[in-house]
Design a protein around this ligand. Structure first.
Ligand SMILES: *Cc1c(COP(=O)(O)O)cnc(C)c1O
Length: 441
């Protein structure tokens, strides 16, 4: 095959922006021997650690930093010995020690999230959602989900896990002005569409859902209600924001590494044994065979810690979000949902239309040491690129930033976006702010 000049060898089908970056790196990395590869990846890891763990202000909503005790039990050597089957009947003999992890993690997760059963073997929330679609729908069935502009996740939609399962996707009626499901139109919609599954929960969650009302409507058409708590699991663990299983969701799915602050991976929690059994079969032997039990030690420790510290952590995340929203508005930003009080979660959304949209604004902020991402806003016209900037306060809260610091955070963002200052001059201020706190402890 002829390799064309200027085309990436990793992904020649990627966007031109991605290809420019890939080609730049591909030429830099060409022809390295093993020792050079070791040096290259070691340097990359070190620089990433410095930017994200030592110097930057990480406002990205989709990650977190683990607690010292959780990090300390993350044992890399266990990851290269994945295991298969239930404790007591493992395919491999001699894994009695890992049985401890495989028992403590689901027990702690189930009780923390107010369920009775927790499936913890899946590597990501996308796979957790796919396991639920496998358990509760057949190819050709309809799944009703939040629109993408309302934060409906790719794994809810046709390009993601719902499409992989062969489901037909219908967008739930949504009231963009009120950042909520349109409850007046919901029963008629469900009656027409007859979904097997309804998914609520999204990648931007400023306000809780009325779970009980959605469940009542689901019962009319015998739909299974899944609450995707990927972003808000840390708040729910602290008994804040809302209580999806107590309020009627059949199933709660979640990422374990966003506001939850644990290792990468997912959990699926429910109160009903019959549902848990179907999810379990979809997870194993459905979507996993051997799986990485190393994740379960930090997961169990994170869950046990949140059972003690979760309420204070959730309160602090939410207080920081309110303070930051207010400081951003005062600094001249257009903060989404202003007439609704901006947020009652740890998320804040900013309209970045004036700065070229969410992606471009996020890149400008990263150059000054402030890391976050774009997000679609519910009111934006269909087809417009992501108009919003999404902020999550979970990591800065764990680092030790408090409401009193939020004016400084807003000022960093204003210097980079509103005043258009040279990022090289703003970066030291971001680093100084990060250096003024020393968490997590
Ligand atoms: C992040 C996210 C997921 C996917 O989680 P992965 O672990 O990245 O697969 C699923 N649902 C929602 C709402 C999310 O925000």
């Amino acid at each position: 095959m002829v390799i064309l000049e200027g085309r990436s060898r990793v992904a020649p089908w990627a966007s031109s922006r991605a290809q420019r970056r890939l080609v730049e790196l591909e030429s830099l990395l060409a022809g390295q021997d093993a020792a050079e590869v070791v040096r290259t990846v070691t340097r990359a890891l070190g620089e990433h650690r410095r930017a994200f763990d030592e110097e930057g202000i990480v406002l990205y909503a989709g990650t977190n930093t683990m607690s010292p005790r959780a990090l300390a039990v993350h044992e890399a050597t266990v990851s290269s010995r994945p295991s298969m089957g239930w404790p007591g009947e493992k395919f491999q003999a001699g894994l009695e020690h890992l049985d401890v992890l495989e028992t403590v993690a689901p027990l702690r997760m189930a009780s923390l999230m107010e369920g009775r059963f927790a499936e913890v073997r899946l590597q990501s929330a996308t796979l957790a959602n796919l396991a639920c679609y496998t358990a509760f729908a057949r190819p050709g069935d309809t799944i009703a989900v939040l629109p993408e502009a309302a934060g409906g996740h790719a794994s809810h939609h046709a390009q993601g896990a719902a499409g992989i399962r062969g489901l037909r996707v219908a967008d739930l009626p949504y009231d963009a002005d009120r950042f909520t499901i349109d409850h007046a139109r919901l029963p008629g919609f469900l009656d027409r569409e007859r979904p097997a599954i309804v998914v609520i929960g999204a990648s931007l969650m400023l306000f809780p859902h009325d779970v009980a009302a959605v469940r009542a409507a689901c019962d009319e058409v015998a739909a299974t209600l899944i609450y995707d708590a990927s972003h808000v699991a840390g708040l729910i663990a602290g008994r804040r924001f809302q209580r999806p299983l107590a309020d009627g969701a059949h199933i709660l799915t979640m990422s374990t590494y966003k506001s939850f602050g644990g290792p990468p991976g997912a959990a699926i929690v429910t109160r009903e044994e019959a549902l848990a059994e179907r999810v379990s079969a979809a997870a194993y032997p459905g979507l996993t065979a051997n799986y990485d039990a190393a994740r379960l030690a930090p997961l169990a420790v994170t869950a046990a810690e949140l059972a003690e510290t979760g309420p204070a952590y959730a309160d602090a995340c939410m207080a920081n979000a309110r303070a930051l929203a207010s400081a951003l508005q005062a600094a001249g930003f257009s903060v989404a949902a202003a007439d609704l009080g901006w947020t009652v979660s740890h998320h804040v959304a900013v309209d970045a239309g004036a700065f070229g949209g969410g992606d471009e604004a996020a890149r400008a902020l990263a150059a000054g040491g402030v890391y976050l991402s774009g997000i679609g806003l519910p009111g934006q016209p269909p087809g417009e690129p992501m108009r919003g900037l999404r902020i999550g306060t979970q990591e800065i809260t764990r680092r030790g930033l408090a409401p009193g610091h939020m004016e400084t955070v807003a000022e960093l963002m204003a210097r980079l976006l509103i005043k258009g200052e040279d990022p090289a001059r703003v970066l030291p201020a971001a680093t100084a702010l990060r250096g003024s706190v020393t968490g997590p402890r």
